[in-house]
Design a protein around this ligand. Sequence first.
Ligand code: LLP
Length: 409
Amino acid sequence: MSSQNVFIPTLDQAQTITAQYGSPVFVTDKQTIVDRVQTFKKSFSKQTKIFYAVKANFNPHVLSVLKEAGVDGIDTVSPYEIALAKQCGFAPTQIIFTGNASSDQELKEVMQHEVLCNIGSISELERFGRLFNGADVSLRLNPGVGDGENQNVITGGQDSKFGIIQRDMPIAKALLSKYNLQLKGIHCHIGSGFYETDVFAKAVYLILEQAATFANLDFIDFGGGFGVRYQRSKDPINLPSFGNAIVDMVKNFEARNGKPIEIRFEPGKYLVSEATCLLSSITTRKSTEEKDFVCIDTGFHHLIRPALYGSTHEIINLSKTVGKKERVTVVGNVCESTDVFADNIELIDPNEGDLVAILSAGAYGASMSSVYNLRPYAAEVIVDGDAIALTRAPQSFDLMFKGLGFTQL
Ligand code: LLP
């Protein structure tokens, strides 16, 4: 299989899966994930390490595929993500914690896990120093530039809440020395879903300038954010050009530094998004004088990206390869008007009972799911050639209710 495919199951596969596990269901292709890890590794130099951003998809079976494929570590944002990474066999040194507005309690939990804290504000650094004098630490910087697939997922620049801005670096340095903190790494993450190298390269340059002012760093981490295709008509991101954009800058840094430095990335969506589709069934057709609706048996409780970010995931009617193309609006089954997957798209002869595939749903799909409307999480399966393995069971009412943790009436 090409390393650039967007995974779509065959109709046979889809029918077998839905007959066994019901609809809707997330279907992930193992080989696509393995291909992405390999492409990522090839695009950057050997000393580059991949710390997968587990927030994109925290299914332990997906983590296991990633581990087997060669990811070096895990980027986490909460103590429970750390616990999961450990459970999946990653050692504390293979995990980094990049918190946001972490409480003292949270920082303590992370330190109990013996995981490196990547701190993104002066206030947290001060509290961290008071609590853990002499500890190792990493700093998340805001390089002052950001990029991403839309405004909502940009995490650099003056409008962003993330990272320490250049103005505050003297304060950060003073705190490092006040509390005898050992700075192990410098980090940034400028946004999610970018395709072009220019802003990214600028961020790399600015971070390296900052890194050059510190001695004895173990690593520099440029975060994740590499874009994926929600539509197959879009060209895949040119990862080698990202590699090329940084190679000379890193070489210059190493020359100044007098020794090689470990470079880390934290891709999330790049590794998992295109490997998964959300399979769903058409339950209802209806129309107004303005719109022709195709209503399906999933909603923003399973894939919130269209409703939250206006993302346009390609949708295809798996059940029909020939037939009349119709212009339709695909909507979900949540009781909310914003539960729209795609407006004014073409589907081949969409009818009740047909199976549709919503593509590139492997990142921030299941991981951002909720039980709103008390609809269960979707089941998840991984396919590996002809083999189909259930990785998340359909959620019964009892299982859901137990998970909600309400006390006795
Ligand atoms: N590192 C850090 C510190 C991050 O905050 C993130 C994502 C990543 C790495 C991974 O970024 P990725 O490679 O997946 O773009 N829910 C949004 C994306 C939010 C990303 C948040 N941070 C979406 O569905 O587009």
